[in-house]
Design a protein around this ligand. Structure first.
Ligand code: NAD
Ligand code: UFG
Length: 339
């Protein structure tokens, strides 16, 4: 039996590939490298000492994707990461986001049904909770989206549910990630944002490394302990391990299930600056800037369900996340392109 990992060259996909290989699974990766590098695949092989098949395929090309199923009849499950994920870009280019994220998913689901591989773990996001009325956020909270990226996540959650309603033999695990950061302890794989990063931690790391002059802290007048935005940061390796647990669960039950994947603890932007400085001994210069449109003040998970049902909980703390990110940055100052 083998597991199809879509978007397996990406940040979370590459870390998850390592965990599945280490756990003894056979994997097949599909990626078109639109936001990643084939070097991530070489690094996954280096870390694990294992080989596997990789297809450079755009999942919007259904014939090309079908070839993967035909050539690998032992695929019985998919971990579906492939998708575009930049919130701001999705507002500028909604057509691209709807086309890419929905078409690739519909092609995948149709082929999974055709080749009787009806078990899937899907990468959803805490963004589906919109602006939550209270925290911590539970899986049964109201859902909404404020941008096309978030809409694609909500739509795919709905599509998955409808597939299951039409055919109860699907096993579907929907993981709603909070804010993944950090990198593999080896420093061989990590986040590789192209250009100037949008997300906080890659930005902080580049400021600390002297590649950017200072961090703009987007707002210090939020109703939080220091006025800056609070998020639930989770180590990418902990997140990767949640996929193993979700797949084990999907091997047992034929349901659609939703799980928050976070630590349950919220840290502010200034907490992160202080933690990164402490973990690395480097200085993170910052300036207070206006709020970023669309941001919410506080977002953190109630991860109880993932613990009770999947037996998963985060093991790394904020210091581990900062240290591992800094290690990756130090070894790869220009990401995979630096080689
Ligand atoms: P990433 O961009 O590093 O990885 C996504 C991968 O999918 C990339 O390698 C990209 O090349 C590939 N891809 C995109 N469209 C494709 C297509 N049509 N065909 C084949 N490959 C395609 O992103 P990531 O951070 O690893 O995120 C993985 C998933 O998790 C995404 O679905 C994302 O929306 C979701 N997610 C990410 C975060 C986060 O903060 N990183 C938070 C919540 C949810
Ligand atoms: N922030 C700054 N300066 C920056 C970047 C971010 O102050 O240069 C602040 C933001 O205002 C926010 C916090 O840092 O308070 C975190 O911002 P990120 O952009 O890192 O993360 P978000 O929580 O805004 O969004 C991320 C992903 C979304 C995903 C969401 C929930 O980008 O795609 O987490 O998983 F939906």
């Amino acid at each position: 039996m083998s597991i199809l990992i879509t978007g397996g060259a990406g940040f979370i996909g590459s870390h998850t590939a390592v965990e599945f290989l280490n756990a003894g699974y056979e994997i097949v990766i599909v990626d078109n490298y639109c936001n990643s590098s084939p070097k991530a695949i070489d690094r996954v092989k280096e870390i694990t000492g294992k080989d596997f098949k990789v297809y450079e395929v755009d999942m919007c090309d259904k014939d090309a994707l079908e070839k993967v199923f035909i050539e690998n009849p032992d695929i019985d499950s998919a971990i579906h990461f492939a998708g575009l994920k930049a919130v701001g870009e999705s507002v500028q280019k909604p057509g691209l986001y709807y086309y890419n994220n929905l078409t690739s998913t519909l092609n995948l689901l149709d082929l999974m049904a055709k080749y009787n591989a009806k078990r899937i773990v899907f990468s959803s996001s805490a963004t589906v909770y919109g602006a939550p009325k209270t925290v911590p956020i539970r899986e049964d909270f109201d859902l909404s989206a404020t941008n096309p990226y978030g809409q694609t996540k909500l739509m795919i959650e709905k599509i998955l549910k409808d597939f299951w309603i039409s055919d109860n033999t699907w096993s579907i695990s929907i993981l709603r990630y909070f804010n993944p950061i950090g990198a593999h302890k080896s420093g061989l794989i990590g986040e590789n944002p192209k250009g100037i990063p949008n997300n906080l931690l890659p930005y902080v790391a580049k400021v600390a490394a002297g590649q950017l002059p200072y961090l703009s802290v987007f707002g210090n007048d939020y109703p939080t302990h220091d006025g800056t935005g609070v998020r639930d940061y989770i180590h990418v390796v902990d997140l990767a391990k949640a996929h193993l647990k979700a797949l084990e669960r999907a091997e047992k039950v034929q349901e659609v299930e939703y799980f928050n994947v976070g630590t349950g603890t919220g840290y502010s932007v200034l907490d992160i600056v202080a933690a990164y400085e402490k973990a690395t001994g480097l200085k993170v210069a910052y300036k207070i800037a206006p709020r970023r449109p669309g941001d919410i003040d506080t977002c953190y998970a109630d991860p109880t369900k993932a613990y009770e049902v999947l037996g998963w909980k985060a093991e790394n703390n904020l210091e581990d996340m900062c240290r591992d990110l800094a290690n990756w940055m130090q070894k790869n100052p220009n990401g995979y392109e630096g080689e």
